[in-house]
Ligand binder design. Sequence first.
Ligand code: GAL
Length: 632
Amino acid sequence: MAIYYGGDYNPEQWPEDVWREDVELMRRAGVNLATVGVFSWARIQRGEGEFDYAWLDRVLDLLHEGGIAVDLATGTASPPPWATARYPGILPRTREGATLWPGSRQHYAPSSPDYRRLASELVHATVRRYQDHPAVVMWHINNELGCHVTYDYSDGAAVAFRSWLRDRYRTIDALNDAWGTMFWSQRYTEFDEIVPPRLTPTSVNPAGLLDFRRFSSDMLLELLRMEKQIIRSYGATQPITTNMMGAFPPVDYWSFAPELDVISDDSYPDPRDPGSFRPAAFARDLMRSLKPGTPWILMEQAANQVNWRPNNARKAPGQMAALSMQAVGRGADGIMFFQWRQSSRGSEKFHSAMLPHAGPETRTFREVSELGAALKSLGTLPPAGRSKVAIVLSWDCQWALDQANHPARFDYLSQVRGWHAAFHALNIPADLINAEISGADAPGGDGYDLIVAPSLYLMRDATPLVRFVEEGGCLFTTAFTDVVDECDRFLPGGFTRRLGPVLGLAVTDFEGVQGTEAAVSWGFPGEHLREVLTLDGAQVEATFSDGEPALTRHAYGAGEAWHLATLAGEAGRTALAAHLAARLGLEPVVAGLPPGVEACRRGDMITIINHNPSPVEAGGEVLGPYEYRVRN
Ligand code: GAL
C-alpha cells in the first residue's frame, strides 16, 4: 500500500471559493487523503432531524475530482448547542460536581442516552449518504475518545456505573467482597447506593476507583462499538479507525484495538524538548503493537508549532520531516496533520497547519510539500515485523497504581516509557505487549527473547508469562510486581504468589525509599521503593548497601527470570538494558550510532534519523541537523 499523506480538512470554516484552492494546493503538496467532518456536526444538523449534506456532497465531489481520498469522520465529538440546550443531561460533571458547559468541544457524557441517540442518528444519516461515495476510503469514528472529558461523575453516569457493576458482580455481596467494603464501614446493601467516586473526605475505596476507571474506559469502548455497528449495518466495507493518543492513561487501548481495521495516533512532541523524539518513538511502537499486522497511521501531528502549551516553539527546519520519518520507519502507513489550512478564527487559529495563514510561500508549506514528494518516492513499504524485545503495558496496573496509600507514589507509565527508552537509546527495537493474553496471541508465541514487565502490580493471569519462561524466554520484572489480584486484593499467603516460583523468590515486605537509600551495587540508585526478598533458588546478581538482595536471576524451565527489588531510574535502566542485550545477543538496528541518532528497521528498509540540532557522523556519513536517510 502506498503511504497516505494529508490532514484534517475543515471546509465548513471557509467559503466555497476557498475549497478549489485547497484541492489545488493539496495536490501541490502531495496530499492524497483528507480527514473530513471531524467537527462538522453543527454544520450538518441545524436541529433534531434536520440534516444538510448538500455542502458536504460538494466537498467530497471536489476532493474526488482532485484525486484526493477521504477519511470521513462521523463527527460525533462535539454536540451542537441545540442538542445540549434541549437535552442538558448530555453535559458531563466533574468530580466536584461542576457541569462542563458547551462553548468549547467534547462536552458530552459518554453514557448519556440522549447523547448516544443523537450521535447514532448522525452516524446513520452520514453513512447512509456516503457509504458508496467513491472518495470515501475510511471511516473515522468520533475524535480522540476521552480527550478533555475522561471521567464523568454526573447522575447519569451513576446510573450507568451501577448497571455496569450489576453486570460484573451480579450480587451486591459479590461487589462487597471484591471491594473489601467491611473496611471503613463501606458495606452496601444495594447497587442503588453506589455513586461514582466523587469528592470524598479522604481516599476513596481503591477497588471501587479501579472499577470506575474500567467503567469509564468501557463507556468509550461502547461508543466506538455503537458507531462501528451502525457503519457496518449499511454494509459499508471501508476500514474503520479512530484517533488515539499514545498511551492515553484513561482508555485501555488493548480493548479498542480488536474493533479497529486501522490504528491511528495523534502525536505532538514538544519541538523545544531535545529528548521528545524518544516518547514519540514509544507511541509509534505502541501503535504498531496494538494490533500486530494491522496498518497504522500517524493521524495528527503539527506541521509547525501548537497553541496549547504555555509557550509554543516552532519546529526547527527538518524537524517535522524527521519525526514523520520516525513514524514511517516504525511502521506507519500514513502521515497526517492537524490540520490542512490554518484557521482564521476560533481557539486554534495560532495552531500551525500544512497550509499556513501566510500562504504557500512559507517554510512550513515548502517542508510539507517536500515531505509529500519524499513519501511518494518511497512507494509501497514493507510490513513492520516483530521485535525481539517486548515491554508489558497494562492499563489495569496504571489505574490501580495511580492511587493513594501505597508504600510510595510513582508514575507507572513513566516506568514503562523509561524501559522502552533504554532499549530505544541502544537502537534495539521493542514492542509493547499485553502480558495477559493467552492462546495464539500469547507473548511466548511471538518469538520474543526478552519480556520486561515493570511493576506488574495487578495480575489477572500469570500463565502466559510463566509459559514464556518455561519455553526458554527471559523475563525481567521490577519491584511491585504480582502484588494484588484483579480486584486490588492481596492473595492469601504473601506476595508474588504466582510469579514467585518463576522468579525463585518471595517478596515479604515493601518500603518507600529516598535519595541513596536503595543504592544498587551495580552502581545505580534504586528509586521510590525497595522490597524485602526471601530467596528460594534465585541467585543474587546485585545487592543493596546493607548486603540484602537487590537484583536476582533464576533459571526456570528452559528460560530464566530476573527481578529488580526496586525501581531503576534512567541510569539503572540503561545499565540493565545493555547487560540484558549483551547476555541475550540482542542486536541494534545499526551499531555505534552517536546519541540522538535513531535507526528503525521496517522489513529491509532501514531509516537513520539525526534528531540533533547539529550535524553528526553516523554509519560512515555525515547527517545534517534533523536529516534522515532511508536505506534498502
Ligand atoms: C488534537 C485534536 C485536534 C486538534 C489538535 C491540536 O487533540 O484532535 O482536533 O485540536 O489536538 O493540537
